[in-house]
Structure formats: C-alpha cells, structure tokens
Design a protein around this ligand. Structure first.
Ligand code: PEP
Ligand code: MN
Length: 329
C-alpha cells in the first residue's frame, strides 16, 4: 500500500504517526520536482483501516499496491486439513512420528501410542532428504503403505514428505498433508507438482529463506491448485551449531498474530536435541503456533535417523498441549 502525502505535509511527522499505528514505511524518492512524497507501507505492518489512515494529518490519499501473494492472504482462516482446524485461535494440533518410517511394526506401535497422546497427524518419512548419500534414505513407496495403515488403524491423518517430483503421485495417494522439506522450499517445479494434486501442503521454511520468499513459495503451491498451505518453521542456519539451528519465533509471532496465517513449528529439527524439544514447543505455542511437528521414536537410541532429537511418545505429555482425544485408550 502507498500513502500519498499532502504537498505541505512533514513526511517525518507522518512517518511517526504511522509508526505509532503499527505501520512500517519506506519513503519513496519523489520522481519530479513537485510530485507528492509517497510512503510505501511494508508488508509486515499491522492492518489499519483506510479511514484511520486518511485521518492522519498530512495524508492526502492511499493507494493499494497489489499483494504479491493474494491467494495466501485470502486463505480461509482457520485452515482445515482432514477436518482438523489450524489457526492461532484454535487448539494447537500435534503432528508426530518418527523421522523415518523404519518398518510396518515400528510405525504401527508408534501410531497407537501417539494417538493416546492427543496426536492428530502421524508423520513419518518414506523419502528422506539426507546430507550423505550413505545415510538411510527411507524405504520409499512401501513405507507409505505402512504409514497409511498405521494411521487409519488409530484414527490419525498422515503427513509425509515428497522429496522429488517423481514421488508426488505416491505421496498424494497416501497423505492428507504433503510435506515439502526445507531444502526444497524453492524447488518451484516440486511446489507446483504438489499444488496441482490439490492436497494441503506443509511447507517447511528454507534454512536461509526470508519470510517473503517463504510466502511466495506458498503462493506457488496455492496458485498451482493446493487448497491450503501450512507454513512450518524449523529453524534457520545460525552461526552457532550448538542448537543445530536457530528457531525463529519472531517469525512465528509475526505470521500468526499479524498476518493470521497457520504456522506449525518443528522444534525437533530446530534444535537437534531432545532435551530442548519440550521448552521450545511451549515457546512456539506461546508465540502463536497453530501446531507442533515433533519427532518421536519408541527407542530413540536405535533410530535410523535423527535419534538424538526424538522423544518417546509419552514425553509429548510434558508439553502440556492438547488433551488426549476420546476413543483411544
Ligand atoms: C524432516 O522433517 O524429517 C526433515 C528432514 O526436515 P527439514 O526439511 O526441516 O530438514
Ligand atoms: Mn528428521
């Protein structure tokens, strides 16, 4: 949005008044001698009515500049995925499971224990992005079948990652929510291939992505046909590896409270350490997260990937989030 000033206005005074109303502005260079000063309202500002802006001394007019992500802005609030509501004003949603689906028996036992903890979505990787080609990269399509069966037996939804365009058909067949990983946030061909399958998408933030790049990636998914996109903050590449990543809770508060977007926080990949998962989960909920994506394992020390950050399913209760769902004992 642009705020056009009266010729005689003091731009500094108008900027101060706008800042007081929660709007951050950039002053645009006047093009020719007597064109009025214009202030560009930055996208992370508060929403303020046109009447309130026009009432500020020195403001002549306001002009809308089109949003670069109109579909994201217009997403229904709360977002509803497989009947579950995600929004800052809704009960927080737990999405949990192992980093990788390791066997039919593993995921079946875990699903049963997770359902008792109030978890709504079973997460598990069938196609795993791994830094080393020699690390366990998932059991592929077979694991998707194990995951779906385990979820259905326990009344859970499924979230799992599509790592490449070639996986999308199989993932969509088995998942209620398609995860796009951090490393793929700007793989536009993958974003669009997932969007076209008309499934909700859990879009992880790239580890060095700006918020606008993230929002634009979500817009690609929506423009291609996705019914909704949940944004997943999983930590940025920081300068100190002691906590693996740097969980950006400021971004969570901004997206959730200022923009009203559904944000899921992944404290497991954000910290890489199970002793930090519970405190970071609580902090994420306090910041406005609509859900938590948490890695769990029945025997973390034997996990094929990401064991050091995995909780036992029963440890989810320490977060003090949602009550267990009825019907599971
Ligand atoms: C994951 O969720 O298992 C994962 C690999 O996450 P990320 O893309 O955030 O690294
Ligand atoms: Mn993992």
């Amino acid at each position: 949005m642009l705020v056009v000033l009266r010729k005689e206005a003091d731009p500094g005074a108008v900027e101060r008044a706008l800042a007081g109303a929660g709007l951050w502005c950039r002053r645009l260079q006047a093009r020719a001698g007597d064109t009025p000063t214009q202030l560009w309202v930055l996208p992370f500002s508060q929403e303020v009515s046109a009447e309130a802006l026009l009432a500020i001394d020195g403001v002549a007019a306001i002009a809308d500049s089109p949003s670069p992500h109109p579909r994201l802005d217009a997403q229904p609030r709360p977002a509803i995925v497989a009947g579950v509501r995600f929004g800052v004003a809704e009960a927080p949603v737990l999405l949990a499971g192992p980093c990788a689906v390791e066997s039919a028996a593993q995921i079946s036992e875990l699903a049963r224990r997770l359902a008792r903890q109030g978890v709504r979505f079973l997460r598990g990787g069938a196609f795993k992005p791994r830094s080393s080609p020699y690390a366990f990269r998932g059991h592929g399509v077979e694991a998707l079948g194990w995951l779906r069966r385990a979820a259905e037996e326990n009344g859970l939804g499924v979230v799992t990652e599509a790592l490449g365009e070639g996986d999308v058909d199989a993932v969509v067949e088995h998942a209620d929510l398609v995860q796009i990983g951090s490393r793929n946030m700007q793989n536009f061909a993958l974003l669009r291939a997932c969007g076209k399958r008309a499934r909700p998408i859990l879009l992880k933030r790239g580890m060095a992505a700006t918020l606008e790049e993230w929002r634009l990636a979500a817009e690609h998914c929506l423009e291609a046909g996705a019914p909704s996109v949940l944004l997943c903050e999983r930590g940025l590449r920081g300068f100190d590896g002691e906590t693996r990543n740097l969980l950006d809770l400021g971004a969570v508060a901004l997206l959730a409270h200022v923009h009203g977007l559904p944000v899921v926080v992944d404290p497991s990949h954000a910290s890489g350490r199970r002793d930090l998962v519970v405190p970071l989960s609580r902090a994420a909920l306090a910041a406005g997260a609509a859900g938590l994506l948490i890695e769990t394992h029945a025997d973390p020390s034997a996990a094929l990937s990401d064991g050091p950050q995995a909780l036992l399913p029963e440890e989810l209760a320490r977060i003090g989030a949602p009550a267990p769902r009825e019907g599971h004992s």
